[in-house]
Design a protein around this ligand. Structure first.
Ligand code: ATP
Ligand code: MG
Length: 333
């Protein structure tokens, strides 16, 4: 029997979840809207809002899961990677909570957790599988051999896919985070209207920095010639950019699947919420003979449910850490 409380505070979402015998019974996410005023996450503000949100989020999670503090058997927390000030709030809270209740502490790598989110609901992938993790800070193709035996076989050399969405949105004068808005407008546009150069990067790696610059120059040029270009073509620009990003991601995923002879394919991270990626992956699954795994929306972007399920697997192995543990802004995969 196990009831695990999990804390996620690596960036700008304060999240608390409960895992009761392998089932997620609460997943509270307190978003921080203050960053919208600045067009991106301000680390100092993120830490302060985590401080305000963490205790109410814990109370809400306990209520939702219908458990009390005394029922908790272990505390799992995100150790890294992430913003140090944000991580410090979650790690300090987790340590104090574990100390007060005299229960073990479980350290979780945020990027492992994005992938392990696939073990929350059914159907669950079979090992080995390939996971395309696409988020605000990472773009990776991971060969997942077991819960904690994972190897990065391809990754971005510069910007992440989420950044490509967010920076494009900024060019289009849309508020932060722009990824979900590009997705929304793309659904009303023509994906073939504008063509953007797809980067030619060897192996299974990615690059989005040149791609972003080509969009910037294209928009600038068009705006000089037609002052209302963005407003008049917003849906088509969003659809075309999204189409290109999805194409870049899925081409590499196809290459990886062939190279490793694997047809169990998963996606994870915030960008896996993108409707274009989700739909296209289903189409490619048919042509390539893949079995695909797409997480529920609430487990795509940052959430403590994924930390709780990773924590549960570590709890089963008795993999605990001591009170001397500290957060890591950069953490080895
Ligand atoms: N529907 C969507 N379409 C495109 N992008 C999206 C969508 N929903 C969220 N995103 C993008 O996902 C990213 C946030 O994902 P996530 O919360 O996993 O990232 P992060 O935690 O900031 O980064 P990391 O996990 O690498 O540390 C943002 O870049 C956001 O724009
Ligand atoms: Mg994340």
């Amino acid at each position: 029997m196990s009831v695990i409380l999990a804390i996620e505070s690596s960036c700008d979402d304060t999240s608390v979840a409960i895992c009761n015998n392998g089932k997620i019974t609460a997943n509270v996410i307190a978003n921080q809207t203050i960053h919208q005023n600045y067009g991106g996450v301000i680390p100092e503000l993120a830490s302060r809002v985590h401080q305000q949100n963490i205790v109410p989020a814990v109370h809400q999670a306990l209520l939702n899961a219908k458990v009390t503090k005394q029922d908790i058997n272990a505390v799992a927390f995100t150790r890294g990677p992430g913003l140090l000030g944000s991580l410090l709030v979650g790690v300090s809270f987790a340590k104090s909570f574990a100390l007060a209740l005299n229960i073990p502490l479980i350290s979780v790598n945020h990027m492992h957790a994005h992938i392990l989110a696939h073990f929350i609901d059914d159907p669950k992938p079979n090992f080995p599988f390939l996971c395309l993790t696409v988020s605000g800070g990472h773009t990776q193709i991971v060969l997942v051999k077991d819960y904690f035996d994972m190897e990065i076989v391809g990754e971005t050399l510069d910007d992440a896919a989420g950044e490509a969405f967010d920076k494009t949105a900024k060019i289009l004068q849309l508020p932060y985070p722009g990824g979900p808005l590009i997705d929304k407008y793309a659904q009303l546009g023509d994906p073939q209207k504008f063509k953007f150069a797809v980067p030619q990067i060897p192996d299974l790696n990615f690059s989005f920095s040149g791609f972003k610059t080509s969009i910037l120059y294209f928009i600038r040029k068009q705006e000089q010639e037609h002052p209302n270009f963005i407003a008049e073509n917003l849906n088509d620009i969003c659809a075309s950019v999204q189409y290109s990003i999805v194409q870049i991601l899925l081409n590499k995923l196809k290459k990886a699947a062939k190279l490793y002879g694997i047809n169990e394919i998963a996606i994870a991270g915030g960008v896996s919420a993108n409707s274009g990626l989700r739909n296209k992956l289903q189409d490619v699954a048919v042509t390539e003979g893949w079995k695909v795994y797409i997480p529920a929306f609430q487990y795509c972007t940052d959430n403590a449910g994924m930390i709780a399920i990773a924590g549960y697997q570590k709890f089963l192995k008795g993999d605990f850490v001591g009170q001397e543990v500290s957060p890591m802004a950069r953490m080895e995969f």
